[in-house]
Design a protein around this ligand. Structure first.
Ligand code: NAD
Length: 486
């Protein structure tokens, strides 16, 4: 049982009023940690600490801060297994996924931004009689608020560029998965990052998160989470003219065109639907398949889904673990019931996983991967973000219909297209109302590319130069050339 503290001004300390929250392992229902239930008073302390570090940190060169990012990456890499084990325990995700994705990407985020930052050259604009250059300064103290599905991966995706550009940070990880943010704090403390540059305040969204949004000393907010929370974030922060980045929900379409390589499409669609128990914002939770190949695709797809090895997250060969909590399990189950009420047919899954591992007392939040057919593409199950191991299959007769169905969504985060005709893939991609489209692949990431959504999936982009721009203010300096005649 861990006893986690806030990390403020280089010190680990309990919440100001001593209140705590419990943190559970969803695969076993065991309480694994106590964390501070912080309030606005704790955020105030973190803001003071961050402000006291801002001038010195912001005055360092980008190259010096990039060196720090490399030191952080090295120190995190030395804890790769510890991070993976902790993330698996806190989220119920399989250890193989936590190693391959969560722990590795958290290290990579720091290495990537260190290298990418160093590669950037000055932005200049020459005129006949003058030259312009863009000077970048830090935004100041920024608030980073992150969700539970990829806890350290998504936190470090913000922390790395924020520190690179000279900002100080007040971070709030999800109260459901606070443990690896604490490992990050311990790591930064061990390697001697100057006190106050990085602060973590644990607690509930409406308490700590809201206090971060409202704190006048916090100049920018980078938020990843649900669309309804994103609305609260925008409503609070926008009138204060804080810089705002919103990475929100998705209901992504996987489009299988009739000329697709069926084996690759089936494997891709399964991975897109059920990675991390369907709890990735980019998951393809709606599969749109050409009617002429629907029967064959469906048969192969369901067979492949039934091969998913669901079980104890700690086992190396487990492919799918639990969902994030018993409450979330019930939410997904309510959609399964709704799907049946809406006239859908459960092709596989639909029930709790009770045959294999399901926690010592049968209490783990395990649900079998669930596939629905027979639901209208406008039904609630096919339009609302469920964020769990449930996917709906729909058929289309032609490309226009496929695109119409894919775009019939309040969301616009990602999508994938499966076809052997790459020109056709490009044309369909251009008509999809999303921030990211993959052709014949899924979650294939180059960290230099713009990441983010349109419509209710968010505002702004992360990655490469987009992150560097978000975490900096630009001043254009225009210098008049000396007049040779005067
Ligand atoms: P959530 O919106 O419930 O919580 C996200 C974070 O916001 C948590 O730290 C939470 O404590 C905090 N929060 C809650 N209320 C708040 C408030 N009033 N003020 C400030 N902060 C508050 O989301 P979740 O359930 O943790 O995560 C799942 C959601 O995140 C899904 O909708 C998923 O699609 C989305 N997501 C999006 C991306 C992306 O990059 N677009 C990535 C991962 C997850």
């Amino acid at each position: 049982m861990l006893d986690i503290k806030n990390y403020i001004g280089g010190e680990f300390r309990p919440s100001t009023d001593g209140a705590t929250l419990e943190d559970f392992n969803p695969a076993t229902a065991e309480c694994i940690a106590n964390i501070p239930r912080s309030k606005a008073s704790d955020v105030d302390l973190a803001v003071v600490a961050a402000h006291s570090a801002q001038a010195e940190w912001g005055a360092r060169t980008l190259a010096e801060r990039a060196d720090w990012l490399v030191r952080i990456a090295d120190a995190l890499e030395a804890k790769h297994e510890h991070i993976a084990q902790t993330e698996s325990m806190d989220t119920g995700k399989p250890i193989s996924l936590a190693r391959r994705v969560d722990a590795s990407r958290s290290v990579r985020n720091f290495r990537f931004f260190a290298e990418f930052g160093r590669e950037q050259s000055d932005v200049t604009f020459e005129m006949d009689d003058a030259m312009n250059y863009v000077h970048r300064s830090p935004v100041g103290t920024v608030g980073l608020i992150t969700p539970w599905n990829l806890p350290l991966y998504l936190l470090t995706w913000k922390v790395a560029p924020a520190l690179l550009m000279g900002n100080t940070v007040v971070a709030k990880p999800s109260e459901i998965t606070p443990l690896t943010a604490n490992i990050l704090a311990e790591t930064l403390d061990e390697i001697g990052l100057p006190a106050g540059v990085f602060n973590v305040v644990h607690g509930l969204g409406p308490e700590v998160g809201q206090a971060i949004l409202e704190a006048p000393g916090i100049k920018g907010i980078s938020f990843t989470g649900g669309t309804s929370t994103g609305r609260i974030v925008a409503k609070t922060a926008a009138p204060m003219f804080k810089k705002l980045s919103l990475e929100l929900g998705g209901k992504n379409a996987t489009i299988i065109l009739k000329d697709a390589d069926l084996e690759a499409a089936v494997n891709g669609a399964v991975r897109a639907a059920f990675t991390n128990s369907g709890q990735v914002c980019l998951c393809g939770s709606r599969i749109l398949v050409d009617a002429s190949i629907a029967e064959e695709f469906t048969q192969l797809f369901v067979a492949e889904v039934e091969r998913i090895n669901i079980g104890n997250p700690a086992d190396a060969d487990t492919v799918m673990g639990s969902v994030i909590s018993p409450e979330h399990l019930e939410k997904v189950e309510s959609y399964i019931k709704l799907g049946i009420d809406e006239g859908g047919i459960v092709l596989t899954g639909g029930t709790r996983e009770m045959t294999g591992y399901h926690g010592p007392d049968g209490v783990g939040a395990f649900l079998r991967p669930t596939v629905f057919s027979g639901l209208d593409y406008t039904s609630r199950c096919a339009t609302e973000e469920i964020f769990g191991p449930m996917v709906t299959l729909h058929t289309f007769d032609n490309e226009d219909e496929a695109i119409h169905m894919a775009n019939h969504s309040e969301y616009g985060l990602a999508g994938s297209i499966w076809t052997t005709d790459l020109e056709r893939g490009r044309k369909v991609a251009a008509r999809m109302e999303t921030g990211i489209v993959w052709v014949n692949t899924w979650l294939h990431r180059d960290l230099r590319t713009p990441f983010g959504g349109v419509k209710n999936s968010g505002v702004g982009r992360e990655g490469g130069t987009w992150s560097m721009e978000f975490f900096s203010e630009m001043t254009n300096v225009c210098i008049k050339h000396p007049n040779p005649t005067s």
